[in-house]
Structures are given as structure tokens and as C-alpha cells.
Design a binder for this molecule. Structure first.
Ligand SMILES: NC(=O)c1ccc[n+]([C@@H]2O[C@H](COP(=O)([O-])OP(=O)(O)OC[C@H]3O[C@@H](n4cnc5c(N)ncnc54)[C@H](OP(=O)(O)O)[C@@H]3O)[C@@H](O)[C@H]2O)c1
Length: 326
């Protein structure tokens, strides 16, 4: 049998609307020392994918070119099967099922049949999850986990306000905050309240019907994936000593000063590859305290349609590309 040298992939050929994502053939990568070659079964979509595609902000970032030099292969959330290991890898062997968020914010090439990345950017796929489900978890769960444990240091009994609680980040953030023992308040449109309560939220606020800042108080931690005036409105409901984690905007000096007036710590956090975090997330799944919710599954070749759907901003849970059947 001749060895496969190319693979199916979707490449963003230039900056622009979703239509710049083109299915193509690309050279199959090979693992270097400490890396694994993963046969990708599923790859999840994140706002970082469409923001990068739309802005073309890949120049100068590592791993940016697809191996044929025509653009960039997006996709950070990967679940698949180890096909080969590089020199020195002890954690995995060919045939192991793995999931992770390799290399973020440098490029991992998840929208393809094969991805290569450091072994410790992955963990074994959580027991009981399909590849589609396992691909849905890493980026959003690491975001919430790092925000709540490393940054805000959420303690049992604290009141945590999660904006966009029905979204990709929000729906796992609700579950992770509950697992940490918090009282969880989420914002979502009314039609999604049963969904958010079903994830474990103690209170859900219809952000379209009321100003959340008028009906919430005594909040210790805010996870803000919205921005704009949500920063100042969130500060108004926070307790001294609290932490506001900004996920989609920088917190400048004037904003920091307004936070300091209320004795609140505030800052932008960007998720990082994190082996220990992935192990903790897998444990939560296997203990029955965290589950991904899949909004839509599309085949790899329909990545452009997946981006259009995601960019509409109404997703409940995650959009996932199926690369091969489980
Ligand atoms: N810094 C980081 O490390 C990091 C990591 C992950 C994500 N992010 C950023 O966080 C943001 C959210 O990401 P995501 O994956 O959760 O996005 P997403 O899945 O696309 O979010 C969609 C959800 O947002 C909700 N929503 C929209 N406007 C809202 C509002 N004003 N109040 C409450 N809910 C609202 C929608 O619910 P309704 O239909 O009810 O409006 C929908 O359920 C993006 O900007 C992303 O880039 C940052």
C-alpha cells in the first residue's frame, strides 16, 4: 500500500467572508520530536476562527500557512486518533483517542484530516464522549476553567455572573462554575432559559427584557464574553474584592481605574493550551458534572456554512465539523 501524502483540508485562501474557506487537498504533516500526528475525526468551530478568517490576522503567526502555502488552515478544537508519535513521546501511542486545543493562538490546522502538535496539548478523549462531543469541549472549557480557577479563584458559595450563558463558552462556564460550588447567574434570551437552567444555573436573566444591572447584585465574579457597556454595567453589580474576566476586549487604564474604584480586579484573559486544565475538564466529564451541548454538526467541506451559522451569534452550545465518521 502506498503511503498517503496528501489530505483533505479546508483553507482560508484570503481574508474575507465565509466563502474564502475552500475545501482542497493539502500535504499531510509529519510529527517532529515531542509531537503527535492525529487523524482528526471532528473539529469544533469557535468565534476565534471566524474573527481570524474575516480579519486575515494570520500574517506572522506561527503555523499560519497551510503546507501548500495558499493561506491558513483554521481550527483549534480537535478530537481524533493518534496515528504516529514523534521521537520522545511517552504519553500516547498510535491508536489512542485524544482531544485538545493544540497550539492556540498559533495555528493548529484542525480543519483537516491530520493535525500535528505537541503531545501534551492533548489528553485522552473523555470516556463516553463521541469525537464530535470531545471536539466541542477543549477551547471553551479551558477558557472557563482558567478564568474561574487560575484568574478569579472562584470559591464555593460565591456568586458568579456569566454573560451569554447559552453560548459556546457560557454553556460550559455555567457547569464548571457549579462544579466549583458557585451560585450561578446567567444572561440569555428568554427562549434559552430552560436550556441554561438545565445546565445548572440558579438564576437566568432575560438580557433583552431587563437591564441585568437593575436586577442582579452582590456578584463576586463576572465572565464577560459580550463587551461594550457590559463592562461598566457589570462593575455596578459587583462586590468589592471581585474579579471581572474580559474575554473579548482589552481592559485599558481608564477601565482599570473604574474597576479599582469599586475594588474590583479586571483584565482580559486569553485561553492557553493547558494539559493540567484538560485533565481537570476530562475528570469533570467523567464525574458527570460537565457535558457539551452540540448545536449543529456539519461535514468538513461545509466549513463556510458553519462559519456563517456561528457568526449569526445565536448558537446554543457548539457547532462542530465532522471530518470522518466515528
Ligand atoms: N479570551 C478568550 O480566551 C476567549 C475564549 C473563547 C471565546 N472568547 C470570546 O468570547 C465570545 C463568546 O464566545 P462563544 O464561543 O461563547 O460565542 P457563541 O457561542 O457564538 O455565543 C453565542 C451566544 O451568545 C449569546 N448572546 C449574544 N449576545 C448576548 C447578550 N447581549 N447577552 C447574553 N447573551 C448573548 C447568544 O444567545 P441569545 O441568542 O440568547 O442572544 C448565543 O447563545 C466571543 O467574542 C469569543 O471570541 C474569548
Amino acid at each position: 500500500m502506498t503511503e498517503q501524502t496528501t489530505m483533505r483540508a479546508v483553507v482560508a485562501t484570503e481574508a474575507g467572508p465565509a466563502g474564502v474557506l475552500k475545501p482542497t487537498q493539502a500535504p499531510k504533516p509529519a510529527p517532529d520530536m515531542t509531537e503527535i500526528l492525529v487523524r482528526v475525526h471532528a473539529a469544533a468551530i469557535n468565534p476565534a476562527d471566524w474573527k481570524t478568517r474575516a480579519s486575515g490576522s494570520w500574517a506572522g503567526r506561527r503555523g499560519a500557512e497551510d503546507p501548500a502555502g495558499r493561506g491558513v488552515i483554521l481550527g483549534w478544537d480537535v478530537s481524533g486518533v493518534v496515528e504516529a508519535v514523534g521521537r520522545g513521546v511517552t504519553l500516547f501511542a498510535p491508536g489512542d483517542e485524544v482531544a485538545g486545543m493544540p497550539l492556540f493562538p498559533h495555528f493548529a490546522g484542525g480543519y483537516s484530516e491530520y493535525a500535528v502538535a505537541p503531545a501534551r496539548h492533548f489528553v485522552r478523549k473523555p470516556a463516553g464522549l463521541s469525537h464530535v462531543e470531545a471536539a466541542a469541549l477543549p477551547l471553551v472549557s479551558l477558557t472557563a476553567y482558567q478564568a474561574f480557577t487560575d484568574y478569579a479563584k472562584v470559591r464555593p458559595g460565591q456568586r458568579v455572573l456569566i454573560h451569554a450563558a447559552a453560548g459556546g463558552v457560557g454553556h460550559v462556564a455555567v457547569q464548571i462554575a457549579k462544579a466549583l460550588g458557585a451560585h450561578v447567574i446567567g444572561t440569555a434570551s428568554a427562549a434559552k432559559h430552560d436550556f441554561v437552567r438545565g445546565l445548572g444555573a440558579d438564576e437566568v436573566i432575560d438580557y433583552r427584557g431587563v437591564d441585568f444591572a437593575e436586577v442582579v447584585s452582590d456578584v463576586d465574579v463576572v465572565l464577560d464574553a459580550i463587551g461594550g457597556d457590559y463592562f461598566d454595567r457589570s462593575l455596578r453589580v459587583m462586590n468589592p474584592g471581585g474579579t471581572l474576566v474580559a474575554l473579548c476586549y482589552d481592559v485599558d487604564g481608564e477601565m482599570l481605574a473604574r474597576a479599582a474604584e469599586r475594588r474590583v480586579t479586571a483584565g482580559f484573559m486569553l485561553v492557553e493550551p493547558d494539559h493540567a486544565g484538560l485533565l481537570a475538564i476530562r475528570a469533570l466529564v467523567e464525574e458527570g458534572r460537565l457535558r457539551p451541548v452540540i448545536d449543529t454538526v456539519l461535514p468538513l467541506a461545509e466549513a463556510a456554512k458553519a462559519h456563517e451559522l456561528g457568526e449569526a451569534g445565536r448558537t446554543s452550545g457548539k457547532i462542530v465539523l465532522r471530518v470522518i465518521e466515528d
